[in-house]
Design a protein around this ligand. Structure first.
Ligand SMILES: *Cc1c(COP(=O)(O)O)cnc(C)c1O
Length: 411
């Protein structure tokens, strides 16, 4: 039971804010500083902290030693010796830059081998690499739908999926978070054209898992295509790390478009789309964010192949992450620290007010704990939060320090 009355905001899942959409206020180009000052006054000003050294739990941030709890490096692969060696060997073999787009002469043996290994691992006929997850989402949605079609999105989808829907020219409709009845009602009302349903597999700011079996059922009932963005599930969920589909035992056939990123659990960079031969061939013809950009360095693909091999051969990393999650939740429960129902590595503490959340993040930093405050429009208005993420690389002693600091927080 949660003893503190911290959470005045009770039902974030149902909120329908315009989170993640473009900020609509008009910027006065002759007075940018005015707009910046306004952001500061609203505690919405964004800035970067500078880290020295690798991504790992113990980091130097702005010159100060901290324990970090906001990375998406869920398995500790971003600084893994085997992955680093593969990266360096890849540079020796292929040099640094890829030189051109995939369709010119930038598609290396390393890229191709990684695509084949990802297809084998995910169980799809074929995969296609993109330089970032953001670009993968824009490219796929733009290739598959346009004017006259409809895109249906969970309200808490990642910004890149929402932007993909907006930029595609299709009619964009958003359904209540993880409420497939609401989706079904909207699908039933659509007119002609194709329908594409987009959802995060694991929701990036909440850590809850999409109800995939229900999404599949509704999409089949309404003849809609389903695309799942598994940026936070791939490598982590399921017995073999195959992601949200494996977690539920949902078949590949029911998810015609699967997307996952390589910069999170895999510790490198980039993303891929998995699907049928025809889907991948179509993307190679049509996806502008695939065609008109330089392919990522081949050495990144070599490093990612090493990560994938660790994901396959070391299930103990996923087990350690799971036990860290359970340990953290148990400690919080004992101290009455309010958590959500999330069972994944993403464990948000929803504070609500933006200023209070920023102050809490600063208090934690003063105690050597680094957790960025997540504010609107990344999350809906009134649901600012500390987005805590756990990793297999965290030691129990790190988590003890985190829980103590959270317990001492005053807000
Ligand atoms: C991080 C993320 C992306 C973007 O991936 P990048 O490779 O960082 O561009 C897309 N979707 C979700 C759900 C994400 O969390």
């Amino acid at each position: 039971m949660c003893l503190q009355k911290r959470n005045s905001f009770s039902a974030p899942q149902r909120l329908c804010g315009e989170n993640n959409l473009f900020i609509t206020s008009i910027v006065n180009l002759k007075n940018l500083s005015n707009e910046l000052d306004q952001r500061k006054a609203q505690h919405l000003y964004r800035f970067r902290r500078i880290s020295d050294g690798p991504q790992q739990p113990e980091m130097i941030i702005d010159g100060k030693a901290v324990i970090s709890f906001c990375s998406n490096d869920y398995l500790g692969l971003a600084n893994h010796p085997d992955v680093k060696t593969a990266f360096i060997d890849g540079i020796q073999q292929y040099g640094t830059g890829s030189g051109a787009a995939h369709l010119i002469n930038g598609h290396s043996r390393a890229h191709h081998a990684l695509e084949e290994e990802l297809a084998e691992f995910t169980g799809y006929p074929r995969t296609l690499l993109f330089s970032t997850g953001y670009m993968a989402n824009l490219g796929v949605v733009q290739s598959l739908v346009g004017k006259g079609d409809s895109v249906f999105e969970d309200r808490l989808n990642h910004a890149s999926l929402l932007d993909a829907g907006l930029l595609s020219g299709a009619r964009l409709m958003r359904f209540l978070h993880n409420e497939t009845d609401n989706l079904a009602a909207k699908l039933a009302r659509r007119k002609q054209g194709e329908s594409l349903v987009l959802s995060d597999g694991v929701f990036s700011m909440d850590g809850d898992i999409a109800d995939l079996p229900a999404l599949v059922r509704v999409c089949n009932d309404h003849d809609a295509w389903l695309m799942i963005d598994d940026a936070h599930g791939f490598g982590v969920l399921g017995e073999n790390g195959r992601g949200t589909m494996e977690h539920y035992g949902v078949s590949r056939k029911d998810i015609p478009v699967y997307m996952a990123t390589l910069g999170k659990a895999l510790g490198t960079a980039g993303a891929f789309i998995a699907g049928s031969n025809e889907l991948i061939d179509t993307l190679i013809q049509r996806a502008r964010t695939y065609i008109y950009t330089t392919s990522s360095p081949p050495a990144v693909a070599e490093a990612t192949r090493a990560s994938l091999s660790i994901i396959k051969s070391q299930p103990e990393l996923r087990a350690r992450l799971q036990s860290n999650i359970q340990y953290f939740r148990r400690c919080c429960e004992q101290l009455g620290i309010c958590l959500t129902d999330s069972r994944t590595a993403i464990q948000p503490i929803i504070i609500g007010d933006t200023q209070t959340t920023v102050a809490a993040s600063e208090q934690l930093l003063a105690q050597g704990i680094h957790i960025t405050a997540i504010r609107p429009p990344t999350v809906p208005e009134g649901t600012a939060r500390l987005r805590i993420t756990l990793s297999a690389a965290h030691k129990l002693a790190h988590i003890d320090k985190l829980v103590t600091a959270l317990h001492m927080l005053k807000y």
